[in-house]
Design a protein around this ligand. Structure first.
Ligand code: PHE
Length: 451
């Protein structure tokens, strides 16, 4: 929806939560969380991930919601109308646009893998195979050329078609029924994993922190995952905040969103790691981990074909609600700053992602030896966006809301203009002024070896 027309408001309070959860819950929880936890020592990563969700994620989420709802604009507009005269805070929006395009590019590849698995599930070829073959098959598929490319493109086209239909209607309807259903499936899979022979080992890996594993890499990865998973630091949540009704409780919505999102990630970990140890796989397989493990899980379930078809279908929809939210960031920029028509902006956004997404899709096969800073294009986009651009965006927004914005604005947003009470204003202000900016900066400095 363009700024020129009047902004729609989510019809119900549930609608506001469901939609932000729709953006937050996606491949980040189900695919990225287990692979990051697996490569960064399990429990040590988990500990900091949860800590960062609550001391950095929730405050930054509140900051984005407040800025969005209070201004009824997206990133650029929101900074413009609230920043002190003559300052240039809105330029921070540029990193968000870059991040949204990089994320859309590699995310579409993984969503494409999900589509492949959905069709393989329906056809029955995903299950009914010995475990060994399942792993080799995924390596063969993701390392190929045409199939990964084709699925990436199909996913991007689907995203494109949905985007042309506008914001609230489609998305709100889809996310309202999608997330609870996905959640129920995850709980069922979780129970199944807990009965596996490797359950104890898997749970210990995930929940028992090995403090010797904690280093700057783990801290940076846990922070990046917290931002990625909550769709923070690029203005998505700010934009969704701009559709909140004047009665939506900002802090409560932020805590609910973060709580549900984290729960989904933990469920995913509890599904994956017992299976990893049961089937003798390596937890540190990287981005392919979940796709190597899941088929074995479905293979061992009664009616595995039905479960896996349903699961991958819901995961495609969950990915779509996330890619829609990130695409809106660059589309809004093209429309409002570069005066493009929405349809043209959507084409431009999709075309860029087509090109960059293709490079990511080939990163597991023909381009696996093409590395920049020692990383494939896929890994580079993933690393730069999640670990650098998003936390940087979060640093700016927390500092801005904590220090630069009129305190009456915050008071009004937190109490809905005196309608509701808010007991956490003090704590939130401390987090926005000190904890988030200093914490994020320290982790950055620690990573580059300065402290
Ligand atoms: N949070 C989404 C997920 O977990 C990914 C995302 C990142 C969406 C950034 C929008 C912006 O899948």
């Amino acid at each position: 929806m363009s700024e020129k027309t009047q902004r729609a408001v989510f019809a119900t309070r549930i609608g506001a939560v469901a939609t932000t959860v729709g953006s937050a819950v996606g491949l980040g929880n189900i695919w990225r969380f287990p692979y990051e936890a697996g490569t960064h020592g399990g429990g040590a990563f988990m500990l900091f991930y949860i800590l960062f969700i609550f001391i950095l994620g929730v405050p930054v989420l509140c900051a984005e919601y407040m800025l969005g709802r209070g201004t009824r604009k997206n990133v650029f507009g929101a900074y413009r109308v609230t920043q002190p005269k003559g300052s240039q805070w809105h330029l921070a929006g540029v990193t968000g646009i870059l991040a949204s395009i990089l994320i859309l590019s590699f995310y579409s590849v993984v969503a494409g893998w999900t589509m492949e698995y959905f069709f393989e599930s329906v056809s029955g070829s995903l299950t009914n195979n010995p475990t060994q073959d399942l792993h080799e098959r995924f390596a063969e598929f993701s390392g190929g050329t045409w199939r990964p490319l084709m699925w990436t493109w199909i996913f991007l086209l689907t995203n494109f078609v949905v985007l042309l239909r506008g914001v609230t209607k489609g998305i709100e309807k889809v996310s309202n029924f999608l997330t609870p259903m996905l959640f129920v499936l995850l709980v069922i899979f979780c129970i199944n994993s807990l009965t596996m022979s490797g359950a104890k080992e898997g749970l210990e890996f995930l929940f028992r922190p090995d403090f010797s594993k904690i280093d700057s890499r783990v801290l940076l990865a846990a922070m990046g995952q917290a931002f990625f998973s909550l769709s923070l630091g690029l203005g998505c949540m700010l934009t969704y905040g701009s559709y909140f009704s004047p009665r939506t409780r900002v802090v409560r919505t932020a805590v609910t969103t973060a709580g549900l999102d984290t729960l989904v990630a933990i469920l995913s970990g509890v599904i994956i790691f017992p299976a990893v140890f049961t089937f003798g796989l390596s937890p540190s397989a990287g981005p392919t981990l979940v796709f190597e493990v899941l088929p074995s899980i479905f293979n061992n379930l009664a009616f595995g074909r039905v479960w896996s078809s349903l699961f991958f279908f819901l995961l495609i929809l969950a990915s779509l609600t996330s890619t829609i939210s990130m695409s809106e960031i660059s589309i809004a920029f093209f429309v409002e700053q570069l005066n493009m028509k929405r349809s043209v902006a959507t084409i431009v956004n999709t075309s860029i992602a087509f090109v960059l997404g293709s490079l990511c899709a080939l990163s597991f096969g023909p381009l696996s030896d093409f590395t920049i800073f020692g990383m494939t294009v896929f890994n580079l986009f993933d690393y730069v966006s999640s670990n650098i651009l998003l936390p940087f965006g979060g640093l700016v927004v927390s500092f801005f809301v904590g220090w630069k914005i009129n305190s009456k604005f915050i008071e009004n947003e937190l109490t809905n203009y005196g309608h509701d009470s808010c007991h956490v204003k003090g704590a939130l202000t401390i987090c926005l002024r000190y904890v988030a900016p200093i914490g994020i900066s320290l982790i950055f400095l620690n990573t580059i070896g300065i402290i």
